[in-house]
Design a protein around this ligand. Structure first.
Ligand SMILES: Cc1cc2nc3c(=O)[nH]c(=O)nc-3n(C[C@H](O)[C@H](O)[C@H](O)COP(=O)(O)OP(=O)(O)OC[C@H]3O[C@@H](n4cnc5c(N)ncnc54)[C@H](O)[C@@H]3O)c2cc1C
Length: 330
């Protein structure tokens, strides 16, 4: 009989669950509901990490595999990959979901190589039917959508951050404690610290709303208008184009695009951004795109759901006031 259970890697950092964990569990739940199997979510970290199991259960995990060790306080690539691989080799899973965050991009290919299983990375859509898993991936800097079919006992899928919206779907979340498959202290690669980008309140991969600024903002100081709008939303992160990060107006960690971060928020507001193909590569899968540009021919309008033609320096304060007003009534 074909495998019916589905695995999800539940990413954490510093003892906190990442949004990526809930996205992976939600994706796995959708598949398990169609295969009739269970969702098994794996949570690895320092002793006490198992306290987060209930949050995974609320999102649809039937079983939470808890791997606790002092050596897993920071992400430990070799020990975590060995532990996930051991589970996948013995667990008869139809599919295994990761999120292509910095951690997931490191982990998922290691696991695929160890288990000799096919992997599809940076996936925005997927369907499981019979023995095939069909996936979609934006290719050639987002100019085409590539469709692949994985045929294997277990398909490894690494989702683009934000491709799946976490949903509540409470399940038992029975905790199963397992030991790391190798001693974490024997790992040759050691993560000694994780550094949060300067001034970032919300990570670009976690934020449901991203307000991004480009050269049309004229100077670094005008990013205050972008930050004000992000603050008015309350759940927004600030991004930037490469033109801006190269100018030193924003840190490189804020850059979105082909050579920056890949994001898929619910709402992306592009402020004074032309819409160069390299920028679109990082954000065109956003669910709703709003563009503000004074040039009505700017390429960004071709992919925008809503366009505002005008001076971004005048429009941003008006939008910020409108969002604040709307929040009052909410
Ligand atoms: C190999 C390679 C990789 C790259 N990788 C990336 C990447 O990862 N990310 C990325 O972003 N770029 C990347 N680039 C750069 C990319 O090609 C563009 O140069 C860059 O995205 C342009 O940034 P921008 O839109 O801020 O600036 P511009 O292209 O200069 O656009 C500014 C826009 O602001 C508008 N504007 C001006 N004043 C106002 C105003 N007052 N009000 C409203 N609108 C106004 C203008 O009409 C214009 O459309 C890469 C390039 C190369 C060659």
């Amino acid at each position: 009989m074909a495998n019916t259970n589905v695995f999800a890697f539940a990413e954490s950092r510093g003892g906190e669950l990442r949004r990526a964990a809930l996205e992976a569990v939600t994706a796995a739940r959708g598949v398990a509901d169609s295969t009739g199997g269970q969702v098994h979510a794996m949570l690895a970290g320092a002793p006490g990490i198992g306290g987060l199991a209930a949050k995974l259960a609320a999102c649809g995990a039937d079983v939470v595999i808890v791997v606790e060790s002092a050596g897993l306080a920071n992400y430990n690539p070799e020990a975590v990959a060995a532990t996930v691989a051991a589970r996948l080799s013995s667990g008869a899973y139809r599919a295994a979901f990761f999120v292509a965050s910095a951690q997931g991009r490191d982990l998922a290919p290691r696991v695929a190589a160890k288990c000799q299983l096919p992997i599809a990375s940076d996936i925005t859509e997927f369907t499981v039917s019979g023995d095939a898993v069909a996936v979609k991936h934006p290719g050639y800097t987002g100019k085409v959508i590539q469709s692949f079919t994985l045929r294997a006992a277990t398909a490894i899928i690494s989702l683009r951050p934000g491709a799946v919206l976490p949903k509540d779907n409470a399940k038992a979340g029975t905790v199963e404690a397992v030991a790391p498959a190798i001693d974490p202290s024997s790992a040759r690669v050691v993560v000694t610290a994780t550094v949060q980008s300067e001034g970032a309140k919300l990570d670009l991969g976690e934020a449901p709303v991203i307000i991004s600024g480009g050269r049309g903002l004229k100077e670094a100081a005008n990013f205050k208008l972008v930050e004000d709008l992000a603050a008015a939303f309350g759940n927004a992160a600030v991004g930037a184009t490469r033109a801006v990060t190269d100018e030193g107006w924003r840190p490189h960690s804020d850059q979105i695009g082909q050579t920056g971060r890949l994001v898929s928020p619910q709402l992306y507001i592009a402020c004074g951004i032309s819409g160069a193909i390299q920028h679109l590569a990082g954000m065109r899968t956003s669910k709703t795109i709003v563009a503000i540009n004074r040039d009505k021919e700017a390429p960004i309008f071709k992919i925008a759901d809503y366009g505002i033609v005008g001076d971004v320096l005048e429009i941003l304060p008006v939008l910020t006031a409108a969002v604040k007003e709307a929040k009052k009534g909410a």
